[in-house]
Design a protein around this ligand. Sequence first.
Ligand code: COA
Ligand code: ZN
Length: 296
Amino acid sequence: MDIIINEVGLRDGLQNQPKLVSTADKLSLLTLLEKAGLKHIEVASFVHPKAVPQMADAEAVVADLNFSNGQVYSGLVPNLRGYDRGAATGLNEFGLIMSASSTFSERNVRMSLEQSYQACLDVIKACLRDGNRSRVYISCSCACPYEGRIQEAVVLDLAKRLLDEGADEVSISDTIGAGTPSQIFDLTSPLISEYGASRVNLHVHDTRGAALAMVWSGYLAGVRMFDASIGGLGGCPFAPGATGNVATEDLVYMFNQSGIHTNIDFEALEPAVAFAEKVTTSSLGGKSMQWLRSKC
Ligand code: COA
Ligand code: ZN
């Protein structure tokens, strides 16, 4: 199976940015990402606009997408109401929100773990009914900002139940970037052995500098689908202290240089990073981008 890099900058990347980015600027960033070769893109989340104001224009973003260009667009949904909103736009791939930690679930989606699990099952069933794809993000798979380290057995049990219920994929998500490469190996390897690489995604943040090492460890365990965010944008409004996702350019550089083809042009990501910096008025760019810029 080829490597799939799912760009989440427009959603995970922007959701925590204090400066509101206009719909037109989001679409311009999307165009730059696509020019560099990114094919899988999470474009928005259908959450409550008061909870995450940056995502209030989710419908408007999707309304401008060209669905006939072979791209794979997805949207994040916390409940059936969000799924109905997303499905009405014509999207057919959805990220669902689940957590391995009860405190984070309460803070993030205002649901207990049982309620959130039920909400996920409702959306999984709706996806199966409508012929849409579901990927359940298991937030705090490594650690929770409120409860500390999460046991692997808890995450594995949850992931297996969701896959058995008909989720197309689960995403092992280190929401706060507190995981280790060995933890990622222990979390992904058993799932891949049992369900195959086409059902396991890896989503890591780089808060403590371990993101690329975690991605590589996931790759060695058999993971072939990775989330990443342009320029390393990202963070979660409900996870204090968490910084951005692994930078798309770092991941692309690492894989391309290792002879593992991503079909993404590393240097063509620079204009996307520059544009993301302009619209968020923040300084971005993974280490590889800083290196690229220093040699120009
Ligand atoms: N989109 C828009 N509105 C929604 C909604 C959604 N997905 N889900 C619920 N609502 C509306 C309801 O219709 C209801 O509206 P009303 O008062 O006009 O009847 C209102 O919100 C309250 O509904 P309730 O089910 O009680 O929701 P809540 O207030 O407990 O909020 C979430 C639950 C999940 C919608 C909210 O916490 C949320 O959007 N969180 C964002 C999580 C997130 O994006 N985290 C970062 C990514 S992991
Ligand atoms: Zn994230």
